[in-house]
Write a protein that binds this ligand. Structure first.
Ligand code: GAP
Length: 505
């Protein structure tokens, strides 16, 4: 098994064992692509959500937040295009009876070619040693160039087929590439059909077609349909933004890679309303701002990259993804899209209500343009967990698993630990706990040896362990052990809260 697959499996079982993420309905054997967050996972998720909210809403005087409902008028999804076009091309293998997304099968094929390129680079790096110039190699080596061209040709044809909905040619492409089902190993495929990803349900007591509503597949439409309400009640002046976080639902055909692609997930979205003609400037601004937000968590810049879209949705005039280096490679974490006036204009058309803004500086009314930032909260949790997970061999020959979660978003910030369960140490430790609890999420533990308790805090990512020993009783100082370096410092109890605040910056 490839090393990264092994690592990923270990991460998934660590997440379960230490109360971050459980399979949903586990005692009934689970429900595919649905997960529950445990005591540490839900804290982590909440901290990421708060960190996002603070940076988007609290720190921008022209952005406000809302909380719209999951159920919305069904015509909203007609107007947004989701009823007619929120589809994935699905294909079944007749032997294994397994269902796949045709575009994912083709992308996986390209990823294999990409892996061959990586192998060539690795071999050449070994051969040339220090003199190796990767950039020069990948732009001149004939075999690498051939692979690169092949990927470009396949991607171009696939994108074109998807754009014009030529499902027959897409199937031809799967056949020409001789893609086999990973389960049965055969190439016995059905035709490709479009599959709508929205979940529907019935509202009210009469179960007929007219009562069909959808679980929202994105939170964004709740913002669009409240645009005028918020603009008026918040006395907002363009440019301004509306943010919201909340659940979204998609009946994903291929749901895999843990919380990366789920059927019920949470989004953090912001729609920024601006004057027509200024959207590209704001698109560039938000592209930069969002990358700064990611980097502020300290998870190394080389783990992020932009992927600008070549193929744009019909309503967009620019789009980029922020990709993160997950354990299974670089994948989309966040999307930033310049959506023009498409959504508001469509809602204006379908609702018959004017969704315009009077711009007193321009002395004209218009339908605003929109730049959207949209990030999956669960995907962000996965990015943090995969980056944090670390198995370490220590100098004394023992091993530890440490979750190097950025301190700002760690589930618990402090563990207060009496060295032994006697001599007044638990009482003193509880006093310190009471002092810190209003400020930070704290844990108190007195069971097991101190070494074991440190390991347990490492495994859930607690950045600071405060140990109460005999010197605490005489000199009112504690040791603060740092999770990542395992270094310990002696700190006066009077300074402890300020000391932790300083280290958390
Ligand atoms: N309003 C725009 C929108 O929804 P999207 O690219 O479909 O755009 C935005 O989704 C983000 O939501 C993605 O970048 C990803 O982080 C997250 N996301 C999308 N589908 C998801 C799924 N099935 N499971 C988990 N996260 C998902």
């Amino acid at each position: 098994m490839a090393n990264h697959e092994e690592q990923f499996k270990k991460l998934v079982s660590h997440a379960k064992e230490y109360g971050f993420i459980f399979p949903s309905s586990e005692i009934y054997d689970g429900l595919a692509a649905v997960y529950d967050y445990g005591e540490y996972g839900s804290e982590l998720k909440k901290n990421i959500r708060d960190y996002w909210w603070k940076s988007m809403v609290q720190m921008h005087e022209n952005i406000v937040g809302i909380d719209s409902s999951i159920f919305m008028h069904p015509t909203i999804w007609k107007a947004s295009g989701h009823v007619d076009a929120f589809n994935d091309p699905m294909i079944d293998n007749k032997d294994s009876k397994k269902r796949y997304r045709a575009d994912v099968l083709i992308e996986d094929y390209c990823a294999k070619i990409e892996a061959k390129i990586d192998k060539e680079v690795e071999k050449a790096a070994k051969r040339f040693g220090e003199a190796f110039d990767k950039q020069q190699f990948i732009t001149t080596n004939p075999r690498v160039l051939e692979y690169t061209q092949k990927i470009a040709d396949i991607t171009h044809r696939m994108n074109h087929d998807l754009e014009v909905n030529d499902l027959a040619d897409l199937k031809k492409l799967v056949e020409e590439l001789e893609i086999a089902c990973p389960i049965s190993g055969t190439k016995n495929w059905t035709d490709i059909r479009q599959f709508n990803l929205m979940f529907d349900t019935k509202i009210g007591s009469v179960s007929d077609e007219a009562n069909t509503i959808y679980l929202r597949p994105e939170t964004a439409q709740g913002i669009f349909v409240n645009f005028l309400n918020v603009q008026k009640t918040g006395r907002m002046k363009i440019p301004f933004g509306i943010a919201q976080t909340g659940k979204a639902f998609r009946n994903e055909i291929v749901a895999r890679q843990f919380v990366f692609r789920m059927r019920e997930f949470e989004q953090m979205e912001m729609q920024f309303f601006c004057a027509p003609g200024t959207e590209m400037e704001w698109f560039r601004y938000w592209k930069e701002e969002r990358m700064k937000w990611h980097l502020s968590l300290g998870m190394q810049p080389e783990n992020y990259r932009f992927h600008d879209h070549e193929k744009l949705a019909h309503y967009a005039n620019a789009a980029t993804d922020i990709e993160f280096n997950f354990m299974f490679g670089f994948k989309e974490l966040e999307g930033i899209h310049s959506r023009t006036d498409y959504d508001l204009s469509r809602h204006q058309e379908f609702s018959g209500k004017k969704l315009q803004y009077f711009d007193s500086e321009r002395n004209e009314s218009y339908v605003p343009y929109v730049v959207e930032t949209s990030i999956g909260l669960d995907r962000m949790v996965l990015a943090v967990l995969s980056h944090a997970f670390c198995e370490e061999k220590l100098e004394d020959g023992t091993e530890r698993v440490v979750m190097r979660i950025p301190a700002k978003i760690a589930p618990y910030k402090v563990a207060v630990l009496p060295l032994v369960k006697k001599d007044g140490m638990p009482e003193k430790a509880r006093e310190i706990l009471e002092m810190l609890q209003p400020l930070y999420m704290c844990q108190y533990e007195e069971k097991d040896t101190i070494g074991r308790r440190y390991r347990r805090q490492d495994a859930i990512g607690t950045p600071f362990c405060v140990t109460v020993d005999s010197d605490t009783l005489t000199g009112n100082t504690v040791t603060v052990r740092h999770r990542d370096s395992m270094e310990q410092e002696r700190v006066s109890v009077d300074r402890l809260a300020a000391y932790i605040a300083e280290k958390m910056k």
